[in-house]
Design a protein around this ligand. Sequence first.
Ligand code: HEM
Length: 422
Amino acid sequence: METWVALSIVAVVVVLTSAWRVLSWVWVRPKTLERRLREQGLTGNSYRLLFGDLKDSSKMTSQAWSTPINFTNDIAPRVVPFFHQNVHNYGKNSFMWVGPTPRVNIMNPEQLKDVFSNISDFRKIEGTPFAKLLATGILQYDAEKWAKHRKIINPAFHLEKLKNMLPAFRQSCSDMISKWESMFSEEGSIELDVWPYLQNLSSDMISRTAFGSSYEEGRNIFQLQRELAELVIQTTRSIYIPGWRFLPTKMNKRMKEIDKEIQASLKGIINKKERAIKQGEGKNDDFLGILVESNLKEIEEHGNNKNMGMNLKDVIEECKLFYFAGQETSSVLLVWTMVILTRHPSWQQRAREEVLEVFGQSKPDFDGLNRLKVVTMILYEVLRLYPPASFLIRNVHEETKLGKLSLPAGVQITLPIILVHP
Ligand code: HEM
């Protein structure tokens, strides 16, 4: 009998504790955070149970993305419609609700500088398990793990290594231009949707520079990653319910299938590369080769202590990240550059003259590319007006001062590149 009483007490305590945790997560904590933010003069919608602003935000995004827009320099209402409206309604010192988490808007240049220089206080946010399928890697890491991976990856960004990648970039460009040339009509003009070609161009460049001789397999992986990205984006439109990913829905099953295929292919390519490097075969001019070589060196320098380097899973994640971080960003920059040049023929003319003056009819080389002042100015201006990464998010994990603000643990901050630039 006594055992039953004890068990019942334990059961009641467990149920009450769990109930309190849920209540705290969906109501008490968000309301406490809201009060702390409002006390400091920050404004935003009142917290709404569980979803916060997510439903409105998702609806506005679907609406904004459903119709084409006229040409404009002000793309924020299209790209981040809810966020843009929130800042319009409440001002720069505002916040919005992503489910039960408040996100504070940071637009003051001094505060932005502080966030970027204080990486231990303002940490990257952990993606949902779905987002993690796409890529983790250094973009997601903080502190020691970031430093360790960054040290191993750094050689891939050395100028000498980038110079070696130039023929691969040239090859991808000339493949695309040859396709366009073969499509010209006799009058020498053609109407062409350049966007899919530019997406393909950046994808092709990263496949070549990342995987070298395993380029075809790399392309295959990236096609799969593109499909996975589309599915993952769909999942971000609503709140993530823990455990949801285990349900056998059609979308969950497809995401798992793709993930498995990507992991298996990458494992094959990486193992092949490691064997080649250990046997002293082949040039290691591609990203994977540089990464594997640098990783083996790091392990060797620490007395063959494997913990000092990356394991196979880490290397897989960094490869996936390179594609994820570089593909869409580069093609978005290129497509906006073309759009802007069509709107400003005089700048198109200046850019063309500069390219012809520097290269004439010869192949573009590294030194020449560095001398393209007008082209560089144009690219920077396009990045300012149409930033491919429109905003960044950071987590505040303990009470942190930021200028006059005192941000409580549990809030996030948005760094809205797209609203800061103009
Ligand atoms: C126009 C093109 C690009 C833009 C606008 C862009 C933008 C950015 C931004 C804003 C970040 C910082 C993210 C954060 O701190 O949360 C970042 C990081 C990163 N990007 Fe890019 N990126 C571009 C092209 C590329 C390319 C081509 C690659 C590689 C192929 C790449 C690889 C990375 C990596 C590895 C990081 C993480 C660096 C670290 O944390 O140490 N990016 N990028």
